[in-house]
Design a protein. Structure first.
Length: 181
């Protein structure tokens, strides 16, 4: 699908977005994902397509869910209200789709602890793009900063169980471990 296949590519209908999701076409215009995510009109559709689209399109729609919540938290609820985000997260939590359910868990943890926000994971597509982060479950782990391993990169650390983002000097939030252990 190209931009010409939309009545208004900058204001696509749910049916047009669904058709694009089933196609092999690239995004019809630059920043099209941002256009879709600006309004809450497509939020339920994003959950639907995160579970029904395949391959890169599934990651695209899942990435939009992460972007919506990440941006709302990052802007201190200026782009979306906390209540609307909690409602959306609640809908995602009822999904039988593992990646959407994980998004809801991570989103709820972020809403409760906004200090752990990392742009590249939430708004840069990190969680949606890196499938190695998908087969994990969210766990909380109390730890002092002195017992944590050395920092790697900006604010992330590498642990035996996977990636962890320190929130403050008392809490290391979002430790990922395999579903089997």
């Amino acid at each position: 699908m190209t931009a010409a296949d939309f009545a208004d590519v900058a204001n696509p209908t749910a049916d047009e977005i669904r058709r694009w999701a089933r196609s092999r076409s690239p995004q019809p215009m630059q920043d099209w994902g941002l256009i879709i995510s600006i309004s809450d009109a497509h939020d339920l559709l994003l959950i639907e397509l995160s579970t029904t689209a395949v391959g890169p399109k599934a990651r695209f729609f899942l990435g939009m869910l992460y972007l919506i919540v990440g941006d709302a938290v990052r802007t201190q609820w200026k782009t979306r209200s906390k209540d609307s985000m909690l409602s959306l997260i609640g809908l995602g939590a009822t999904s039988s789709h593992l990646a959407v359910k994980r998004w809801a868990e991570r989103a709820h943890a972020l809403v409760e602890n906004p200090g752990v926000f990392q742009y590249d994971l939430w708004c840069g597509g990190g969680y949606a793009r890196h499938t190695s982060l998908w087969p994990a479950r969210l766990q909380w782990r109390e730890a002092s900063m002195t017992s944590m391993p050395a920092k790697r990169g900006n604010d992330s650390t590498e642990t035996a169980g996977g990636w962890s983002a320190p929130r403050d000097r008392r809490l290391s939030l979002i430790t990922f471990k395999s579903d089997s252990g």
